[in-house]
Design a binder for this molecule. Structure first.
Ligand code: SF4
Length: 306
């Protein structure tokens, strides 16, 4: 790749007069030895998988295999359609779609890890809802995915993108940064605005721990994807409005590295701390281990499935 940092990426974009997605496409084709057309087609297939996961998850009423979660995407989407929804339909859809894809993941369905399976809902939530709203083509969205990929590449090479290494800030946080930056470019933002969107987004999740109940990518992972999609919309809007990440985004990525490195092991996907070790988290894990909990155990209004 011809860039190592977000700053270098933005400079290259300006110097070459090309959007970030185009640079990423060219560099990825160069690295893989495949043609740009082939890379594009592959990404288009991935986008098709994302859309299918949104469709499937948003309609699903059933639960995950563990019985811990399920049906929240549909609930959220139904609520978003009400006139008194606080987020209103557009942001509500982004949230619901993100939940949908995460629920598909929890039920062992097909998703695209963006950047990981745990954070697979944020980008499709933002992308599919924005496509519906703004009438963008699939090819527009594929370009957006390359832009998101460039941002993910920089984060992965300078910090972390997995909860086991850097906590949930590295998974959900990175996904939010990728979605926010890509949405900013899709909406005509400058390379500098794309970079600011990433920094604004990442700052908001610094320190977020990884604490999955029973070690399953369900609680709190699924709802964090829903919140993540809304945060990405907010970060893109802020950047496009002219809000800057005063601490440069590359420096924020370094802080993520510092914070992740300082995080105790109990907060890095081991399920030994945080929400996983609350009395309820432990009880759920024990029930699952003993095989005494099934999907039928989760009732409407029960709050341990989030
Ligand atoms: S809590 Fe851990 S497993 Fe769940 S999404 Fe966050 S990083 Fe991934």
């Amino acid at each position: 790749m011809r860039f190592r940092t977000l700053n270098e990426l933005a400079e290259l974009s300006v110097r070459e007069g090309k959007p970030i997605y185009r640079l990423m496409l060219e560099d990825q084709a160069m690295e893989s030895g495949r043609t740009a057309e082939r890379e594009w087609d592959k990404m288009k297939q991935y986008y098709g998988i994302m859309k299918e996961a949104v469709r499937k998850g948003a309609a699903a009423e059933g639960g995950s295999r563990s019985g811990l979660t399920g049906g929240d995407a549909k609930r959220t989407l139904d609520y978003a359609r009400r006139p008194d929804s606080s987020l209103a339909l557009d942001a509500g859809k982004a949230m619901a779609y993100a939940l949908a894809v995460s629920e598909v993941n929890a039920s062992m369905g097909r998703i695209v890890a963006t950047p990981t399976a745990g954070s697979c809902g944020v980008i499709p939530g933002v992308f599919v809802s924005s496509q519906e709203r703004f009438g963008w083509s699939d090819d527009d969205m594929v370009g957006g995915l390359f832009c998101a990929g460039a941002i993910g590449y920089v984060i992965a090479n300078n910090s972390f993108i997995s909860g086991a290494e850097g906590g949930c800030q590295a998974e959900i946080g990175s996904a939010i940064g990728m979605a926010a930056g890509a949405l900013t470019e899709l909406k005509g933002g400058s390379p500098a605005q794309v970079v600011h969107a990433v920094g604004l987004a990442l700052k908001n999740t610094l320190g977020l721990i990884c604490d999955p109940v029973a070690g399953l990518v369900e609680i709190p992972c699924i709802v964090r994807n829903g919140f993540g999609a809304v945060n990405a919309l907010a970060a893109a809007d802020m950047a496009l409005a002219g809000v800057r990440s005063v601490i440069p985004s590359d420096e924020v990525i370094q802080v993520m590295l510092e914070v992740g490195g300082a995080m105790p092991d109990i907060h890095r996907e081991t399920a030994q701390g945080g929400l996983a070790q609350t009395p309820t988290g432990r009880r759920l894990a024990e029930q699952l281990a003993a095989g005494t909990r099934t999907s039928g155990d989760r009732k409407d209004g029960e709050n341990d499935g989030e």
